[in-house]
Design a protein around this ligand. Structure first.
Ligand code: ADP
Ligand code: ASP
Ligand code: MG
Length: 418
């Protein structure tokens, strides 16, 4: 089997949906599982629905927030040419009816759990629409509700996979020779609670499926030529990396090269399954191949930017050294509040952390720390990571910026700048 993943950008409109058909014409559609994300920015729009629901559950604002999602999908269906359009409208209406029933009947006040019952509709909608488009073009894909297969724990919004059960389920549901279409990002806990794997988690879903089926390859189709040595949105002259080792790709993704979800690589590495990152507008292009090899080709500095991080500097209240017991306390609070650490700098009297406030919990965590430590905090900093840095590469980043923290270790340099 092969696994293909199409992200939000590749299915954001009718042209995108039709382009999936072009890709399949080029690659063939046998022995294939297609994973699809929510269309365009639907996940953000559904997050807005969840926030509005928690702020004011009966308001017209909630109806408006949901209308944004509904109108976007109905507009796309309106534009696409389909013989069985009414049947598709019916399926899509049924999903919106489920959302409305949930909003009316829900009793849970657990934000993360409610989030996971609503936001996954983005993927359920997109996969249903894509199936209809494929069917119209004679690609009869079997639609799978991945929630019946991909099983997780109940760590809502960042659920951990139950690998044994998931592998067994995939083997039962997928037969060689077939064409299947399913959702990225989502899974389920027990029979009835939907879970999500974390934002941008559809790449990871593709890898989970690849692993469970011992696939021949996994391909993620993107709006860029492949993995570049920098994010083209923020760096000029980014160049294509044609081949990368698993370990190098893990490091790039971990430090924030958002073209690949960081959890994607390890399951594939375990079974030696190559990951291709290819441009969805040019299926014939080679893109990037990630596999077991030495580092990267062509060898060059790689620049990664993580924006809007928080820099926290802690020192003890009584001018004592920052010792193990202090650090232990800080780390256990980080784990409790699910704060992600991207850089640590430790000296005798202070401890600096650059963190990603992924779950908007940093302020709460700082409240818990304030009686124990002297705290300085700077919001909205940028973290640059340069792998395989050269002096010239470092100068390129430092110029014109206020450098708050600089750390150089081995072949990697990190700068926190304002
Ligand atoms: P999708 O969700 O459609 O699968 P993403 O938007 O998550 O795709 O990933 C593609 C984007 O990743 C690109 O548009 C690019 O801006 C960004 N990106 C960040 N780092 C890199 C990199 N090193 N190489 C290529 N693209 C990168
Ligand atoms: N739709 C989800 C998100 O936007 C998952 C994904 O796109 O990978 O985070
Ligand atoms: Mg994405």
């Amino acid at each position: 089997m092969r696994v293909f993943k199409f992200g939000g950008a590749s299915v954001k409109d009718v042209t995108g949906l039709e382009n999936v058909v072009s890709v399949l014409r080029h690659t063939g559609a046998k022995d294939l599982v297609i994973v699809v994300s929510a269309m365009g920015k639907t996940t953000n729009a559904l997050e807005q629905v969840v926030d509005t629901y928690f702020e004011n559950s009966n308001s017209t604002l909630l109806t408006t927030a949901l209308e944004v999602v509904r109108n976007y999908h109905f507009q796309i269906i309106d534009q696409v040419s389909l013989d069985k359009k009414q049947a598709l409208f019916g399926k899509i209406e049924a999903f919106f009816a489920e959302i409305e029933a949930f909003l009316t009947n829900n009793q849970s006040s657990d934000y993360d759990q409610v989030y996971d019952q609503l936001v996954p509709y983005g993927e359920l909608l997109s996969s249903t629409i894509l199936q209809a488009v494929l069917e119209q073009q004679d690609f009869a894909a079997q639609w799978l509700d991945i929630r019946t297969i991909l099983k997780t724990d109940s760590n809502f919004r960042e659920a951990k996979v139950n690998w044994k059960l998931t592998e067994k389920n995939f083997k039962e549901h997928i037969n060689s020779g077939g064409l299947y279409l399913t959702q990225g990002f989502i899974g389920s806990y027990k029979p009835s609670l939907t879970t999500t794997l974390g934002r941008e988690g559809s790449d990871y879903t593709a890898a989970i499926i690849g692993y469970c089926l011992s696939a021949e390859s996994v391909t993620i189709w993107k709006d860029v030529p492949g993995v570049l040595n920098a994010d083209p949105r923020y760096f000029e002259n980014a160049t294509l990396l044609s081949a990368i080792s698993y370990n190098e790709a893990i490091e790039l993704a971990f430090y924030g090269a958002s073209v690949i979800h960081p959890k994607t690589l390890q399951p594939l590495q375990q079974k030696g399954i190559p990951l291709y990152v290819k441009p969805f507008l040019n299926p014939a292009a080679a893109g990037t191949c990630i596999s077991e090899r030495d580092t990267i080709e062509p060898y060059s500095p790689c620049f990664i930017l993580k924006r809007n991080e928080v820099l926290i500097k802690l020192s003890s209240l009584d001018f004592s050294f920052m010792l193990e017991e202090h650090l232990g306390e800080v780390f256990s609070l980080m784990a409790e509040y699910r704060v992600k650490v991207d850089l640590i700098q430790h000296s005798a009297i202070s401890f600096s952390l650059c963190v990603d406030d992924k779950f908007n919990t940093v302020t709460k965590m700082l409240c818990a720390l304030q009686n124990r430590f002297k705290i300085q905090v700077i919001y909205g900093v940028n973290l640059y990571t340069i792998r395989h840095f050269t002096p010239e590469a470092l100068v390129k980043i430092e110029v014109d910026k206020e450098v708050l923290v600089k750390q150089v270790a081995g072949n990697m340099a990190q700068l926190v700048v304002k």
